[in-house]
Every structure is written in structure tokens, then in C-alpha cells.
Design a protein around this ligand. Structure first.
Ligand code: PLP
Length: 273
């Protein structure tokens, strides 16, 4: 496998990043996961826009998007696979121990892993921890993901593939790596960005294509929603058939099935909308 590091392709086995890289020591970094079917990245422009927004939110220099595009193309060409996940990581770079950034420039790594299409439906759990809708990192796709790692492990223990968070005022927010949609009285809703959720690219496309409304929703909406689905780069639109102990028989229900169909049709037609 080849990855992109220090301005060129390198062998994954021998590529080296400093052990003092701030991405490693203090989680000072941002990332994107981009789906690539047959070597073509999906919605790359949207991912690069979000990468730039995350960099600015952390006070990192703007990434050189020409280099990032070249890196993605080179890594995809060097590692052909039917369905891949590009991982773009951009960190504060080599620095002193502690939180002050050093003099070195940022580190950019672009790697590729193989992935498969996810099942049409899955089980989720809620977790007792909250997303902070007003934190310094809210809405930024940072490498400080340990909270998501812990919550996802909790979900796995309960036979689920995703954990859903409420925020500090008890509203439904998002999953560890996905956004959430619910159907109430036949209408499709998703929490607004003010809930503290990430501005998911799949969320934005699914909301635009289905006409879903952004609505403040209490966390316990999950106990009565007629349908629930998740969106993310690697899940696309995925129905939820169990939330905690509640079964949702027949998932995907009609609204979710329609959203899945629309997403499949439109995302196949234009890989960089
Ligand atoms: N929320 C979080 C916390 C995420 O990490 C992700 C994706 O990784 C999403 C939502 C979904 O975003 P996207 O659709 O852009 O993959």
C-alpha cells in the first residue's frame, strides 16, 4: 500500500511521522473520510471545504487543497480497489511536549483503506454522555475522537454498530460517526447544526434531496419515532431496526426506503456534487 506523506507517495510500512507530532501527543489535528468507488472520490469538494473550515476552527494554516487533490488522486491510482475510504489527516505537526504548537509546519497524510457497502439496517444504542453544543471544537472534524471510540465500544458491547448522543440540554444530536434522521407523523426531521452535530456531507445531501426539516428534537423522540435512519460517508442512508431495547419492525420503513433510493440514484449520478 502507498500513502501520501511529506509531499509524495511512500510505502505504508516505512512511512514515518514524528513521535512528537501534535496529532499524536495532544490530538491537535483534523480529518476527513472520503468514499471512493472505482477510484473516484465522492463529494470531494464538499470534504475539502469542511477540511478548510475545520483547519480554521483549530487555527491551523489552510491546507493546500491542490496538494490534497493531487494526493487523493495519487493514492487512489496507486492502490486500486472497488470501494475505498480515503483518510485525510492534517495535524499541527511536530511540536514541543505540551499544548503550544512548534515552529514546524503541519503534517498531511492521505491513506486509503478498503471498505464494503453497509447493511440496509442496523441497531443503535443511546449513551449517557453528552455532546457539548457550545465547545471550542463543536462542529469541527478533529482527531480528538476518543469520546467516540468509548461510545462506539459501548454500542458494540450491546450488539449495536452506532451510539447516539444527546447534547447538554437533552436534545438529540448525532452518532459517533453519523447523523440521525427521524420520522414523526410521517414527516422527516434531523437535528439542526446548533444541536452540536457535525455538518455531515451525507446529512446535507439527504436533507436536500428528501426535503427533511431541521428541528430541535428531545432525545426521547427515539422512543416514539416511526422510523429512524443514520447518514454518513460509509453508511450512506442506513435504517435503524433497534434503538436500545426498542425494535422497529419492518425497517427500513417507507420514508427511509425512499431516502435510500433517492440517495443511491443521485449519488451515483454525480460523484462530486
Ligand atoms: N458525525 C460525526 C461525529 C462524524 O464523525 C461523521 C462522519 O465521520 C458524521 C457525523 C457524518 O458525516 P459525513 O456524512 O460527512 O460522513
Amino acid at each position: 500500500m502507498k500513502i501520501w506523506l511529506d509531499g509524495g507517495l511512500q510505502d505504508t510500512e516505512s512511512a514515518r511521522v514524528s513521535v512528537f507530532d501534535h496529532g499524536l501527543t495532544v490530538g491537535d489535528g483534523i480529518f476527513e473520510t472520503v468514499k471512493a468507488a472505482d477510484g473516484r472520490p465522492f463529494a470531494l469538494t464538499r470534504h475539502l471545504d469542511r477540511l478548510t473550515r475545520s483547519a480554521r476552527g483549530l487555527g491551523l494554516p489552510d491546507p493546500d487543497l491542490d496538494e490534497v487533490r493531487r494526493a487523493c488522486a495519487a493514492v487512489l491510482e496507486a492502490n486500486p480497489m472497488p470501494l475505498g475510504r480515503l483518510r485525510l489527516t492534517y495535524t499541527g505537526g511536530h511540536g514541543p511536549l505540551g499544548s503550544d504548537r512548534g515552529e514546524h509546519g503541519p503534517t498531511l497524510v492521505v491513506a486509503l483503506g478498503e471498505t464494503t457497502r453497509r447493511p440496509d439496517s442496523t441497531a443503535v444504542v443511546t449513551v449517557p454522555w453528552t455532546r457539548n453544543e457550545r465547545g471550542a471544537l463543536t462542529g469541527l472534524k478533529t482527531t480528538s475522537y476518543a469520546e467516540n471510540v468509548v461510545a462506539l465500544a459501548r454500542a458494540r458491547e450491546q450488539g449495536a454498530t452506532e451510539a447516539l448522543f444527546g447534547n447538554t440540554v437533552g436534545q438529540l444530536c448525532e452518532g459517533t460517526g453519523s447523523n440521525v434522521f427521524v420520522v414523526i407523523d410521517g414527516e422527516l426531521h434531523t437535528p439542526p447544526l446548533a444541536s452540536g452535530c457535525l455538518a455531515g456531507i451525507t446529512r446535507a445531501l439527504a436533507a436536500e434531496w428528501t426535503g427533511a426539516r431541521e428541528t430541535d428534537l428531545p432525545l426521547d423522540v427515539l422512543e416514539r419515532a416511526e422510523e429512524i435512519f443514520l447518514t454518513s460517508t460509509l453508511r450512506d442512508v442506513q435504517a435503524v431496526h433497534r434503538v436500545d431495547d426498542r425494535e422497529l419492525p419492518g425497517a427500513p420503513g417507507p420514508v427511509t426506503a425512499k431516502a435510500m433510493r433517492i440517495f443511491d440514484e443521485r449519488s451515483g449520478a454525480d460523484l462530486d456534487p
